[in-house]
Design a protein around this ligand. Structure first.
Ligand code: IPE
Ligand code: IPE
Ligand code: MG
Length: 225
């Protein structure tokens, strides 16, 4: 049975779900947050140490201002209401991506990271204004500035995921089979599960089914044994 340390998720399909059931994309984002709560609980139950959630990509700024605002307001409310409880559950929150939001939100994100920094039951990496290409470019820039050798170890140390093991599992909901600029380096050997359900419809049962399937996969990492 494969050990499972890190699950990464591209939480896709909120907009379509919202339009279908509530005639509003934003209602889909709100419903998607409920799935986030469910999946955090189930991740704890499964004793998984790292959960990385793709919440907003560097390309998502192309969306209408109103939708972007709704997403960040939702995030703000979520953190304000839930950070105490997450902290009590020994959960560490880390943001990956560039924090160039409103002053208020930047401050809140840093506050949440600091508050939970010493927790060690589960680390949640929230990918916010995250793009893998930007992350890699920044790593190469630092290597060149510090005149360091280009090798796996050095590149890894300048990624925002340094100290985080690569994901064992990647899940993408929403019936789309692409990576959308998510963890391109880190996913080199991850087991990938594309899920037809839209994110708000994804549930504990679906998640556990994927976990169970993952555990029985023969992982080779290039070898044949
Ligand atoms: C994913 O759902 C959430 C974010 C990108 C913030 P979408 O909003 O992309 O939902 P669809 O893919 O349009 O249905
Ligand atoms: C990926 O979903 C980003 C997040 C889930 C945050 P998108 O909906 O932005 O991806 P594309 O544009 O369909 O590739
Ligand atoms: Mg989408």
């Amino acid at each position: 049975m494969n050990p499972l340390n890190h699950v990464a998720i591209i939480m896709d399909g909120n907009g379509r779900w919202g339009l279908k059931y509530k005639n509003s994309r934003n209602a889909g984002h709100k419903a998607g947050l409920k799935t986030v709560e469910k999946i955090i609980k189930e991740t704890l139950k499964n004793k998984i140490k790292f959960l990385t959630l793709y919440a907003f990509s560097t390309e998502n700024w192309k969306r209408p201002k109103k939708e972007v605002k709704y997403l960040f307001d939702l995030l703000e409310t979520f953190l304000v209401n839930r950070i105490e409880d997450l902290n009590n559950q020994n959960i560490k929150l880390k943001i990956i991506g560039i924090k160039n939001f409103s002053k208020k939100l930047n401050k809140l994100l840093i506050f949440c990271e600091k508050k939970t920094a010493k927790n060690n039951k589960l680390q949640i990496n929230l990918a916010l204004n995250y793009g893998s290409k930007t992350e890699l470019i920044n790593a190469f820039k630092l290597l060149s500035k510090n005149k360091e050798k280009i090798n796996i170890k050095n590149i890894t140390k300048y990624l925002q995921t340094k100290k985080i093991p690569d994901p064992d599992v990647l899940i993408r909901t929403g019936n789309t089979k692409r990576l959308s600029n998510f963890l391109l380096w880190q996913l080199a050997y991850s087991e990938i599960f594309f899920e037809k359900k839209l994110w708000p419809a994804f549930n504990e049962k679906d998640y556990n089914k994927i976990i169970k399937n993952f555990k029985n996969i023969k992982r080779n990492f290039g070898s044949i044994s």
